[in-house]
Design a binder for this molecule. Structure first.
Ligand SMILES: C[S@@+](CC[C@H](N)C(=O)[O-])C[C@H]1O[C@@H](n2cnc3c(N)ncnc32)[C@H](O)[C@@H]1O
Length: 371
């Protein structure tokens, strides 16, 4: 017979009161599926699993009504909940780390008798990752015409295009009616004069009616979303065609095939743990994926762009325009850059990567999903 836990035992283990569990039962949030002979609530394994999800969303600040909708969604199984919770918690951790760094900077400034401005003091509390690093973005991030041509071709004959996670708009097609969506105020503020209109919103909740656009595109942004699958489904809901430039995080050779992650920054692999597979991303929009090779002189300075120009990674402004370097943390960044600098000086990098000089374009796991 299946093992059940009493309400008192569950409350003790979970660190909540019995009253809370009774309340969850009364509102239908977590209903224990059995009763003991004496009539007490008894929780089966799947009740405990649901309670665990409820408590985790609660800890993240979700309201009970929102949580009910999340845990009742038949399309989200226990693993999908765990993945989503993990990503939300990691985003919170990144935010806490940024706040600590900002406090340390202010303490240092105060110790030197410098007072920070009110704007500087408040900035970090409202900030998402791109609110912090976004101002360094335009230094090296711009349209790579050969990759843009692929994206625009994939948009087919779409006349109206939604660009989700649009940033400064590097890949917006100039000859169609584009609407941009971008949650970061710092990024929105850097859109060039005359750029397409931009709505402050997130991929996971697009403020548009079903099928309002001929196509929706997302370039180098899906890996920043709290819930990539939900965001992709939203794109599919609001547009007839979907085009996404992203990364195959489940490719078994992913850290091995790029010398930077293989030899200097293995921490990159940790950023990808629990990232949905390319198959999951593709299935969310019902499309297919094809590799996009990165030209050796790629004009857009994303993480993989300088695979044949290793000296670029020694440049602070190149790294600051790529979120990976912020996300691995300053210690890993310093170690990777110092090791690369040494290997470039000693000729070790050149020796190890001799084959690259003959290559005009490299397969580094970047993919175009089209649906
Ligand atoms: C690497 S930038 C890419 C910007 C632009 N697509 C480009 O290629 O230049 C990633 C962008 O995703 C945005 N972003 C982060 N979370 C998002 C979300 N949940 N929904 C939509 N965009 C998001 C960031 O604010 C940032 O502007």
């Amino acid at each position: 017979m299946e093992k059940h836990l009493t309400v008192g035992r569950v409350a003790g283990l979970a660190g909540v009161t019995v009253r809370t569990l009774h309340h969850y039962d009364e509102i239908g949030l977590v209903r224990p599926s059995a009763r003991t002979a004496a009539g007490y609530r008894a929780y089966a394994a799947h009740d405990v699993e649901r309670l665990r999800e409820v408590l985790a969303y609660r800890r993240l600040g979700f309201g009970l009504r929102e949580i009910a909708a999340l845990v009742d969604d038949p399309a989200t199984d226990a693993v999908a909940h765990l993945r989503r919770l993990r990503r939300l918690l990691l985003a919170r951790r990144d935010h806490a780390a940024a706040t600590v760094a900002a406090i340390d900077r202010e303490l240092e400034a105060r110790a030197m008798g410098i007072r920070t401005t009110p704007e500087e003091q408040l900035k970090v509390f409202g900030a998402q990752l791109y609110e912090r690093i976004g101002s360094d973005y335009p230094a090296t991030r711009r349209t790579e015409p050969r990759i843009a041509a692929k994206v625009w071709e994939a948009l087919g004959d779409a006349r109206t295009v939604l660009n989700v996670g649009a940033g400064t708009g590097s890949y917006e097609p100039p000859d169609r009616a584009v609407t941009a969506v971008e949650p970061s105020a710092v990024m929105r503020a850097q859109r060039p004069a005359g750029a397409a209109p931009c709505v402050a919103a997130s991929a996971e909740e697009l403020p548009f009616e079903d099928q309002s656009f001929d196509a929706a595109m997302a370039f180098s942004t899906v890996h920043h979303w709290a819930d990539p699958i939900a965001g992709l489904r939203e794109m599919k809901r609001v547009a007839r065609r979907v085009v996404v430039f992203t990364y195959d995080a489940c490719d078994p050779g992913r850290t091995e095939r790029f010398w930077l992650t293989r030899d200097y920054l293995p921490e990159f692999g940790e950023l990808l743990v629990d990232w949905p597979s390319l198959a999951d991303l593709t299935a969310a929009v019902g499309g297919s994926a094809e590799p996009v090779l990165i030209p050796w002189d790629c004009a857009d300075g994303f993480f993989e762009a300088y695979w044949r120009r290793p000296e670029a990674y020694l440049e602070e402004h190149v790294r600051r325009a790529v979120s990976v370097w912020t996300r691995v943390g300053p210690r890993a960044e310093r170690r990777a850059v110092e090791a690369l600098r040494d290997d470039l000086a000693s000729g070790r990098w050149a020796e190890r990567n001799r084959d690259l000089t003959a290559l005009g374009a490299a397969e580094l796991g970047l993919r175009l999903i089209v649906a």
